[in-house]
Write a protein that binds this ligand. Structure first.
Ligand code: HEM
Length: 127
């Protein structure tokens, strides 16, 4: 049996990312802090962008960059005020989504460490 090449493959590829990001956006849709930040009424396109980004980051297909170019995530988040309250709301939602997937270690820990770090680094406000 060959070892999985990367985390993307090890956790089950696209269907796993589809479930995690889908579950995350179910939480965003009813979060009083996060929902108002999303400019579009339809969260579907935002869900797809985040799913494609994560798949690419973890070693899956490069569809995100084919469609969107370089991620430049801090720049793309600059229009939205992201302080500690928004960061914590985001982490609460993504935590639910990741936990429900019951990924094996070390993949769960690796994914979570990255998401927590990335959420901190996306802050652009102290309040
Ligand atoms: C886009 C909020 C953290 C990845 C967005 C958008 C909002 C948002 C409002 C615009 C929705 C759209 O695409 O139309 C937040 C908040 C965060 C956060 C409040 C709290 C810390 C993160 C993190 C990541 C991430 C940690 C990556 C690990 C993305 C991606 C997009 C996006 C890939 C789409 C970028 C594009 O336009 O191609 N986010 N985000 N976000 N976010 Fe976040």
């Amino acid at each position: 049996v060959s070892e999985p090449a990367n985390l993307y493959e090890a956790v089950g590829g696209e269907p796993t990312f589809r479930r995690i990001v889908g579950r995350f956006y179910e939480e965003v849709a009813r979060d009083e802090i996060l929902r108002p930040l999303y400019p579009e009424e339809d969260l579907g396109p935002a869900e797809e962008r985040f799913r494609l980004f994560l798949m690419q980051y973890w070693g899956g297909p490069h569809t995100y960059s084919d469609q969107r170019g370089h991620p430049r995530l801090r720049m793309r988040h600059a229009p939205f005020k992201i302080g500690p309250i928004e960061r914590d709301a985001w982490l609460r939602c993504i935590r639910i989504a990741v936990d429900e997937e019951n990924l094996e270690e070390p993949y769960r820990g690796q994914l979570w460490a990255y998401l927590e770090m990335a959420a901190h680094s996306m802050m652009n406000s102290f309040v």
